[in-house]
Design a protein around this ligand. Structure first.
Ligand code: A2P
Length: 279
């Protein structure tokens, strides 16, 4: 229920972009929050931008549309605004989300990302997704799609880790050249959950530069980190279950960072990921 409450608070606060996925196991709560807010008359469906994701076990082209339809059924919505390939690698299709063999090794699956992409294009043509994109793709993987013979739609976005300690300068430049929006996940440096986060990289929000700049504007390090990203054209998807922090993370449109401050923050880049996705 915390997801339901958080999404409702977020919508009341003014958030409109909601980043979800089947593998977060809370799409039913997100859908309920959106529908309740529509019923209250606070928003219309077209005000919301919902992003859903195609999981690794669903890359074979014939699985793509049924998987999206399942997400829509869970959400109880007619379409998603954006549907993205969550990761550029495939797992063995089936009920196991993380299929492993008897030695605990992931069972991968041979698929052709270009064929998966064609199935994504068909979802857009069918009106089930307004736009289609990718996530965790590197330049080579993006080029594979962009250079695909008969490409119908380019990926509109690439969702990757992006924040002051991992600024992605080269990928950002490449995506800019190709009109692909970078959506930055973990913009606050993650929850530092050791089961999936590389915690040997220091906590972003304790950074002295972010805190000193925040002091100047009467803002927190989190607000400075988010402002930095949006000011360089990176979409941010901060996560919080705390009402006060949900509101705090929205108060970033009433100040701006100087060019010098932007450079200072850019210089914090350590080129180290929090989310290593070692699978
Ligand atoms: P909480 O849910 O208790 O607010 P990211 O968006 O980079 O994945 O980071 C999410 C983590 O950052 C969560 O653990 C969240 O905890 C925490 N968080 C979210 N907003 C803030 C904030 N404004 N200040 C400090 N921590 C925050």
């Amino acid at each position: 229920g915390s997801c339901l409450e958080s999404v409702k608070i977020a919508i009341d606060t003014g958030y409109r972009h909601i980043d979800g996925a089947f593998v977060y196991y809370n799409e039913h709560e997100v859908g309920q929050a959106i529908r309740e807010k529509i019923a209250e008359g606070r928003i219309k469906r077209e005000d919301i931008f919902y992003c859903g994701k195609l999981w690794n076990t669903c890359h074979p082209p014939e699985l793509v549309r049924p998987t999206l339809e399942k997400t829509l059924k869970i959400l109880q919505l007619d379409y998603v605004d954006l549907y993205i390939i969550e990761l550029p690698m495939a797992f063995k299709p089936g009920d196991a989300i993380y299929p492993k063999d008897e030695n605990g090794k992931f069972i991968y699956h041979e698929t052709d990302l270009c064929a998966t992409w064609e199935a994504m294009e068909a979802c857009k043509d069918a009106g089930l997704a307004k736009s289609i994109g990718v996530s965790n793709f590197n330049r080579r993987q993006l080029e594979m799609i962009l250079n695909k013979p008969g490409l119908k739609y380019k990926p509109v976005s690439n969702q990757v880790e992006c924040h002051p300690y991992f600024t992605q300068p080269k990928l950002l430049e490449f995506c800019r050249q190709h009109d692909i929006v970078i959506v930055g996940y973990s913009p606050l440096g993650t929850s530092r959950d050791e089961t999936w986060v590389n915690v040997s990289s220091p906590p972003l929000l304790k950074d002295p530069v972010l805190n000193a700049i925040g002091k100047k504007y009467n803002k927190t390090a989190a607000q400075v980190a988010l402002r930095f990203s949006i000011q360089r054209g990176v979409v941010v998807i901060p996560k919080s279950f705390n009402p006060q922090r949900i509101r705090e993370n929205f108060q970033i449109f009433d100040f701006s960072l100087t060019e010098k401050e932007m450079k200072e923050i850019e210089a914090l880049n350590k080129n180290v990921r929090y989310v290593e996705l070692l699978m």
